[in-house]
Design a protein around this ligand. Sequence first.
Ligand code: C2E
Ligand code: MG
Ligand code: MG
Ligand code: MG
Length: 279
Amino acid sequence: TRAKRQGRRVEIYHPADATAARRRFTLETELRQAIERDELTLSYQPMIELKTGRIRAVEALARWNHPERGPISPSEFIPLAEETGLILPLGRWALNTACQQLAEWHRTISAASRIQMSVNVSGIQLARDDVVEAVREALAGSGLPGEHLKIELTESAIIDNPERTKRVLEALKGLDAQIAMDDFGTGYSSLAYLQRLPIDVLKVDHSFVKGMLEEEDSFEIVNAIISLARSLMMDTVAEGIERPEQAARLRTMGCVYGQGYLYARPLSAADFPAYLENC
Ligand code: C2E
Ligand code: MG
Ligand code: MG
Ligand code: MG
């Protein structure tokens, strides 16, 4: 991929490149089949209101358990899906499945009635698919009210085409969905878009949360993001909370929601109802 990105520059041959390229090619074929055969699943990770400890939403995270190779990480297959265009069918599948799943939990589990579903949407979908139509279909097909759906976007997803992004996000708001900025603080875009776009939530990237108790810099960045969100009337979700001291500190800093292994790992659809009954 490096050679491709750098155009025709001649690269020194390295056997590992050939192995990596072969794995990539095989994985691409197999990912296409996995999507067609409905072999991907979604896991659901709770988002917790820090003040009360109560669950407020779940984030749907794609999982691929390869029949021979075992589980393949989203950090490998999502970029692959983005490079190959497979993210378009994968993204629609994720939206439909997540909405259907939450609608079912709303019907069958009383403790689930106020929970929202958060779905990751890639910049490739924003640029190349009709995301508004995809969301409308997912809501209509599942019967889930739009106010229970949150769309997570990264900064890289929104900088490509600001005009189009604005139209799409406003149309999503028109369906009552909420918009969250994922991995906030790690992108390269200017902050001006926060003014222009209808964003409801900033998700503080886990890399800042990870070091916030030991490193002054990380702490100040987390603090600045929380203040920024508050002044712009947005909510904050801190990602990757692993320790109780992080949660306590984030709470006193005014962060509203948190997500991380401290509360729960991403759970399979089968395990989620039991978690809900006990929390
Ligand atoms: P993300 O949206 O920022 O999701 C959060 C990631 O952090 C998830 O990784 C989650 O399992 C992990 N995580 C949660 N709590 C903790 C914690 O306490 N500590 C640590 N170290 N990690 C934690 P995962 O599931 O491997 O997903 C990685 C990324 O893949 C996601 O990052 C998202 O960008 C992407 N992704 C996953 N599913 C989808 C999907 O359906 N569509 C799209 N477009 N992207 C997806
Ligand atoms: Mg996310
Ligand atoms: Mg994130
Ligand atoms: Mg992330």
